[in-house]
Design a protein around this ligand. Structure first.
Ligand SMILES: [Mg+2]
Ligand SMILES: [Zn+2]
Length: 194
């Protein structure tokens, strides 16, 4: 298997609007420049992998069926924008909410790196050459634990995280970007310069 670099992308607040629990496909809205961002990764031959915590399952807010419908909608909206993702990895767990198997002290709920390491194994990704993009410190912590760089976007929770919670960041982001497209452009510029 050819090993290639990836960009791991958080879903809610990074790729799509942060609207709270997405318990219906109609609540899912791509952020304005997301399809363009994924298109640029596709063109550059960089794997675009979505990694998302969906504790709403453990909390009983929606079923796995609904979650799949929402993720299908995501793939659909991206496709309409000429973009495709190479993988979509979901943590369906919560350490204290709900019942097993959803109530679990898993290794994949971000800030833990399990979604990323699993994707790397299954898709043949070079973690050291990869970047994680998210709107929360926990996204970047997961990325860091997996050995990737981290970019914080200011969409979703990002602006609040950066303005008010910066002192609590365990490791500062490698870069802070206005949105996903700006984050991807930074990654592409870094590669061009290397
Ligand atoms: Mg998020
Ligand atoms: Zn999990």
């Amino acid at each position: 298997m050819v090993v290639r670099p990836a960009v791991f992308i958080d879903r809610d607040g990074t790729l799509t609007e942060e609207v709270g629990y997405v318990n219906h496909p109609r609540r899912l809205r791509l952020l304005p420049r997301s399809a363009e961002a994924i298109r640029r990764l596709n063109a550059a031959g960089i794997a675009a992998v979505v990694a998302t915590n969906q504790a709403g399952l453990a909390r009983g807010y929606f079923s796995e069926e609904v979650m799949h419908a929402v993720n299908d909608e995501l793939v659909c909206q991206l496709k309409a924008g000429g973009a495709h993702i190479d993988g979509l990895y979901v943590c369906t767990h919560h350490p204290t909410a709900g019942d097993p198997p959803y109530r679990a002290d898993c290794d994949c709920r971000k800030p833990r790196p399990g979604l990323l390491t699993r994707a790397a194994r299954e898709l043949g990704l070079d973690l050291a050459a990869s970047t994680t993009i998210g709107d929360k410190a926990s996204d970047l912590d997961a990325g860091r634990a997996a050995g990737t760089r981290g970019v914080l976007v200011l969409t979703g929770y990002g602006l609040g995280e950066w303005e008010y919670r910066r002192p609590s960041f365990r490791v500062p982001p490698d870069h802070v970007a206005e949105d996903l497209l700006a984050a991807v452009d930074w990654i592409l510029r870094q590669r061009a310069a290397a």
